[in-house]
Write a protein that binds this ligand. Structure first.
Ligand code: CA
Length: 230
């Protein structure tokens, strides 16, 4: 069963989300507080995607829940539900480890498209013809268990970050447009914003670059996109 956690304190919004996800074939696990969400994740380790509302009534907001989940789980897909539209919030959410965000009010089609895209990324679908590993010293991308190593040390990456790394390592030296990265990583039917590409790459650079301020692996192609290597 495709399990999705829905953390939302407003019961009418939660019901709306749950009904639409069920209609799209997901099993939903509900939580009204951050503490409940973390407890449900402990009880249901097979949850593949978590939807986290940011504004919650108790001490722990959605960002904090996201941070705590990411501290021990890099595989799960995380989508923030935000009522606010400020870029800062979206960026903060993504920098704390979320893969995507949906701004309220959202349509059922938009919600399920986002969940479907992240679900596919979290290993719901495996690409069978892949080689077992892609090497680009000092990096090793293990495609069997979807992990990344640098100098033999495991780098904790989210599934979206893994997919971006894979795209780069399969196309070293090739300039990839932001549209191309969005389409390859998030899916062709995804209709989110290009900004999500930049934020994910910013976060990935923090994890893989020797000096994230002057990246030498993921380099910027001004006015176009990104490239692996110089
Ligand atoms: Ca709320």
């Amino acid at each position: 069963m495709k399990k999705v956690l829905v953390l939302e304190d407003e019961t009418n919004i939660r019901s709306f989300v749950v009904i639409n996800l069920k209609r799209a074939g997901y099993e939903t696990i509900e939580a009204g507080t951050g503490a409940e969400a973390l407890e449900q994740l402990r009880r249901n380790p097979d949850i593949k995607v978590a939807l986290l509302d940011i504004m919650l009534p108790d001490d722990m907001d959605g960002f904090e829940v996201c941070r705590r989940i990411r501290a021990s789980n890099s595989k799960i897909g995380i989508i923030m539900l935000t009522a606010r539209t400020q870029e800062m919030d979206k960026v903060t959410g993504l920098m704390t480890g979320a893969d995507d965000y949906v701004t309220k009010p959202f349509s059922p089609a938009e919600l399920t498209a986002r969940v479907d895209a992240i679900y596919r990324r979290t290993g719901g679908e495996e690409e069978a013809a892949d080689p077992a590993a892609i090497q680009y010293p000092p990096f090793l991308l293990n495609t069997r268990n979807r992990t990344l190593e640098k100098d033999g040390q495991r780098v904790k990456v989210t599934q979206v970050e893994y997919a971006i790394m894979k795209l780069f390592l399969e196309n070293p030296g090739k300039a990839l447009s932001r549209e191309e990265i969005l389409s390859e990583v998030w899916g062709k039917d995804y209709f989110g914003e290009l900004k999500i590409v930049d934020v994910n790459i910013r976060r990935l650079r923090l994890k893989i670059e020797d000096d994230p301020q002057t990246p030498k692996y993921i380099t910027t192609v001004w006015g176009f996109g990104y490239k692996w290597g110089k």
